[in-house]
Design a protein around this ligand. Structure first.
Ligand SMILES: [Zn+2]
Length: 198
């Protein structure tokens, strides 16, 4: 976690890394790396995060620090191989700001329902991008308003975003008088991890 004793400045960390790494494939551009999280790209308060943990001897110097938001700081890999931090940052990079958590919610949706939200729309016969955008504009604000009532948490977590997409899908199906196939609980979860054994 954040230690107030870190003396290296945000400016030093940005200058060190963005003169060395290729910003392509990261969620943040060099010009905004001092104010946006290097993993999710959100503009928020940043914490100085050790690459090699201080508890494993990681030093208080720019080469061992990156900038993350509180939420990503909790999720970051705490391991002693510095390459793994960059593998992680690049694996999660998104091309546009303010899309990260929504995309993670869609990934969570796929994990829960075994299908992507958009393939489920395709199953309803909805494939046209403009049509999809219009439907999202119609239903997303209603559902988002509902889920936001779940106050007391510092942010809307990915399971909530995935659930909101499911609710939107059900609303769309209702509009077209169609039915969403419920999740088949009889399919063993391990098939998902290790492949279908049939
Ligand atoms: Zn973040």
């Amino acid at each position: 976690m954040q230690r107030s004793s870190i003396r290296t400045t945000i400016e030093d960390i940005v200058n060190y890394w963005f003169s060395r790494v290729d910003e392509c494939g990261l969620s943040v551009d060099a010009s905004e790396a001092h104010e946006r999280c290097w993993r999710c790209g959100c503009r928020t308060k940043l914490e100085k995060c050790h690459i090699i943990p201080a508890s494993s001897g990681g030093k208080d110097e720019p080469s061992n620090l990156i900038l993350l938001c509180k939420r990503c700081h909790i999720d970051n890999p705490n391991v002693t191989d510095p390459e793994i931090m960059w593998d992680w940052l690049r694996a999660y990079s998104v091309p546009f700001y303010d899309t990260f958590w929504d995309l993670l919610g869609l990934k969570e949706y796929e994990f829960i329902y075994h299908k992507s939200f958009f393939s489920e729309l395709g199953n309803l016969g909805i494939n046209n991008t403009d049509e999809i955008n219009n439907l999202l504009k119609e239903f997303a604000p209603i559902i988002i308003k509902e889920v936001k009532h779940h106050y007391g948490h510092p942010y809307i977590n990915t399971a909530t975003i995935a659930g909101a997409y499911r609710m939107i899908l059900k609303e769309i199906a209702r509009k077209y008088n169609k039915i969403i196939t419920p999740l088949d609980y009889s399919v063993p979860r391990r098939q998902w991890y290790f492949g279908n054994e049939k």
